[in-house]
Ligand binder design. Structure first.
Ligand code: FE2
Length: 217
């Protein structure tokens, strides 16, 4: 697992692989400038704090109390940005066709939401309802169930005891060049990009239980 100094992970596909939903300029700016800035600023915040240099990224988000107060906000914001963007970029498939939920995650979606269509509707409405900048998430709960939630700015579900499975960036920088202010149009085509095999990989380590209803948050 990586630690300080954190590196900008390469995209798992070419910048034009998400066309027509997201154009190459959107993807390049989002990754090469926005995500790069989070990595750079995280390293800068940690620079003079060698006791944190062996900590993995998630540790900052799971246990912010270990970070000195003077740099806690900067570390948490930028670590959240790095973590969320890696999940977001890796959660889209630029090469193979997006299928629909598979495996244990497909079962959990049916069990908790009744159908994929209902789950998709709940997720989309959650993403649309996020006021201003933030994220919508599918996360695994400690009881083996799943839930949908949104967070503001760079907060992640890790701070609420939930394991992220899939996320979509609803900051305007994620879609403005292609969809301007039409977040709904962006979400509509994002569903066609979701890498469900990646989501299943994230869910498998968390799916020991069998809760049959989405957790209310
Ligand atoms: Fe972003």
């Amino acid at each position: 697992m990586s630690h300080y100094p954190f590196q900008l992970e390469p995209l798992p596909y070419a910048c034009d692989a998400l066309v027509p939903c997201l154009g190459p300029e959107t993807v390049a700016i989002h990754h090469d400038r926005h995500q790069a800035a989070y990595v750079k600023n995280l390293n800068k915040a940690l620079e003079n704090c060698p006791q944190l240099h062996r900590q993995p990224l998630e540790a900052f988000l799971l246990n912010p109390g270990m970070i000195p107060a003077s740099i806690r906000t900067a570390v948490c914001r930028n670590a959240g940005g790095v973590y969320s963007h890696e999940l977001y970029f890796d959660g889209m498939t630029g090469c193979r066709k997006s299928t629909g939920p598979v495996g244990r995650l497909a079962q959990a979606i049916d069990r908790c939401y009744g159908s994929f269509e209902r789950f998709r509707d709940v997720f989309t409405q959650t993403a649309l309802s996020q006021f201003g900048s933030g994220w919508a998430w599918l996360a695994a709960c400690p009881d083996g169930g799943i839930c949908v939630l949104s967070t503001s700015n760079q907060e992640t579900p890790l701070s609420r005891g939930l394991r992220p499975v899939l996320c979509v960036d609803v900051w305007e920088h994620a879609y403005y060049l292609d969809h301007q202010n039409r977040r709904e149009a962006y979400l509509d085509c994002w569903w066609g990009l979701v890498d469900w095999e990646f989501a299943e990989e994230n869910f498998l380590p968390c799916c020991g239980g069998s809760a049959s209803r989405p957790r209310s948050l």
